[in-house]
Ligand binder design. Structure first.
Ligand code: AMP
Length: 366
């Protein structure tokens, strides 16, 4: 096991070579670390800005053993890496953060919601569904409308379908591929918020001021942060972050998506054991962004500042919208972040723009 805090010059491994890996790698390199990426696709967005990339599947044992040998700490940029890969890395001598427990909880929507409720972070009512008959029984308990989601591997609104009438059960079950699922009650939310929190190796927990998110078709469009929150809701957000991260003995940054109901009640929608799209605003709103914060945490450094210095609106550039860089690059207060991806397929996250709206203190509580 390496000595902590990790000294500059140490190597950090990242499983996954997408945009989150790229921005983590850039933050790590600012702190003097070398980064090695593991991703099955050659020339990945993260690989192109890192010391090196191993091109192999996430469960390739030889590749994992090399990662374990050359990296002092290994992290991941998406939650669907096989748990067995993380275990193998740990056996090869690498420190892995976040740990396998967080990965296991977040990979399955039923274990995730069960865990959240157990630590007092309330969610919508839900039921596990294993077959069509089970779905019909669950609809009787959960009521209508209800949202059927695959238990595993859903993201950006994929693998989920609304059920408005009981007669639609079969069609919905087939639409998600007749796979193990979860049925969720509809959250009647006023707005969607998210918490970007971090926990250090010493157990210290911090969180950025929550942001307000707008999704379309299940995909994030914008985050505006800091969101205007009453002191009571801010306190509740902190309590949720502490309970969720402490309960997993978590190390690193986590994204926690919330539904804010009328009257200020918060329900947790889901957690992501990694840096998060709704935390991109911190790159231009905070002295220490979520990517540096994650690297600090996993390297055993003290956590950085969570304070917002500016109010920021982050807009995702999806597919051909990436062309907006042409105008945004000449716009005062617009910070353009592009991921170096080739093909601008519809819905693909190609980049984002952080628009600085003004000083953070203008965000008043309501
Ligand atoms: P998810 O993939 O679970 O993050 O869901 C994507 C988006 O679908 C969320 O950001 C919400 O806008 C919406 N959504 C998910 N679950 C629910 C729910 N139980 N009730 C209402 N809207 C939901």
């Amino acid at each position: 096991m390496p000595d902590l805090p990790l000294s500059p010059g140490s190597s950090i491994g990242i499983l996954g070579g997408g945009q989150l890996g790229r921005m983590l790698s850039q933050a790590a390199s600012r702190l003097g670390f070398d980064v090695v990426i593991l991703d099955p696709e050659d020339n990945s967005p993260a690989g192109r800005v890192s010391r090196g990339q191993i091109v192999a599947a996430y469960d390739n044992e030889t590749a994992l053993d090399v990662m374990g040998r050359v990296c002092d700490v290994v992290t991941f940029e998406f939650e669907n890496v096989p748990a067995s890969s993380v275990e193998r890395l740990a056996r090869a001598g690498a420190l892995v953060a976040p740990g396998p427990m967080a990965l296991a909880v977040a990979q399955d929507r039923v274990s995730e919601k069960t865990y959240l409720n157990a630590v007092g972070a309330t969610t919508v009512d839900f039921a596990a569904v294993d077959d069509l008959e089970g779905l019909r029984a669950a609809l009787d308990v959960i009521g209508l409308p209800a949202l059927l989601k695959t238990r595993r591997e859903g993201y950006d609104g994929k693998g989920q379908v609304w059920i408005r009438r009981k007669g639609d059960a079969r069609r919905a079950w087939e639409a998600i591929g007749a796979r193990p699922a979860i049925l969720e009650a509809r959250a009647d939310f006023e707005r969607e918020l998210s918490i970007i929190a971090a926990r250090g190796r010493d157990g210290a927990v911090g969180l950025y001021p929550p942001g307000e998110n707008v999704h379309e078709g299940g995909i994030l469009r914008t985050t505006t942060a800091p969101a205007t929150l009453s002191p009571a809701v801010s306190r509740r957000a902190r309590a949720i972050a502490e309970a969720v991260l402490d309960g997993l003995d978590y190390v690193g940054v986590m994204g926690i998506e919330l539904f804010a109901l009328k009257g200020g009640r918060l329900l947790v929608n889901e957690i992501a054991p990694r840096v998060h799209n709704t935390g991109h605003w911190t790159q231009d709103g905070c002295a220490c962004d979520q990517f540096e914060q994650h690297i600090r945490a996993i390297a055993g450094w003290p956590l950085g500042s969570f304070e917002a210095q500016a109010r920021v609106e982050m807009t995702n550039l999806l597919g051909p919208e990436v062309e907006q860089w042409r105008t945004a690059s000449g716009e005062a207060g617009a910070c353009v972040h592009l991921y170096g991806k080739g093909e601008a397929r519809a819905g693909r996250k190609m980049g984002h723009i952080n628009r600085v709206l003004g000083p953070a203190r203008q965000a008043r509580a309501r």
